[in-house]
Design a protein around this ligand. Structure first.
Ligand code: SF4
Length: 158
């Protein structure tokens, strides 16, 4: 089988809602409609780490970006972002296409297009230093698995 050489980098919880703060899960497991669309396009999926899970585990409570933004948490996000950027660069240097980075709108850690989350700030800062500019997409705050997501799903063009 010939591989597509196309990869999308996605926030961890798009594939695994079990890491999301209680009670904010929006699917039982993965966001099925989003993953289905990516699979139909023949695109490989790189699941980025969940910084909030790494720092505070499963029993954490909802917190704002300001509350998360300590030196320790920023250092953790920077370290995870560096690892992610290195993986991404390995694909690019081997002529793979990164079709985009998919984050979570409204997340203090993983939002890209709204108020940018801490992990995404660190990741895009590293990428921009290397002059790597990628398609940025966020799962909207009102996405709910198997509800009316047609508009968002139809916009996912790779
Ligand atoms: S930190 Fe990111 S990956 Fe983890 S639950 Fe929040 S939005 Fe999802």
């Amino acid at each position: 089988m010939i591989r597509s050489k196309k990869v999308i980098f996605i926030s961890h919880c798009i594939l695994n809602q079990n890491t999301v703060v209680c009670p904010l899960a929006r699917a039982k497991g993965a966001y099925r409609e989003i993953i289905k669309k990516i699979m139909e396009c023949g695109i490989g999926i790189h699941q980025m780490p969940c910084p909030e899970f790494r720092k505070l585990g499963l029993k954490r409570i909802p917190m704002s970006k300001t509350e998360y933004d300590t030196l320790e948490y920023r250092n953790l996000c920077r370290s995870l972002a560096k690892d992610t950027a290195n993986i991404l660069k390995e694909y690019i240097s081997n002529d793979y296409e990164i079709v985009g980075i998919l984050g979570i709108n409204g997340s203090p850690t993983c939002s890209i297009t709204g108020i940018r989350g801490i992990f995404m700030e660190e990741l895009f800062s590293l990428l921009e230093k290397e002059k790597i500019y990628l398609n940025k997409i966020d799962v909207p705050e009102d996405y709910m698995d198997m509800k009316d997501n047609k508009e968002f799903i139809s916009k996912l063009e790779f």
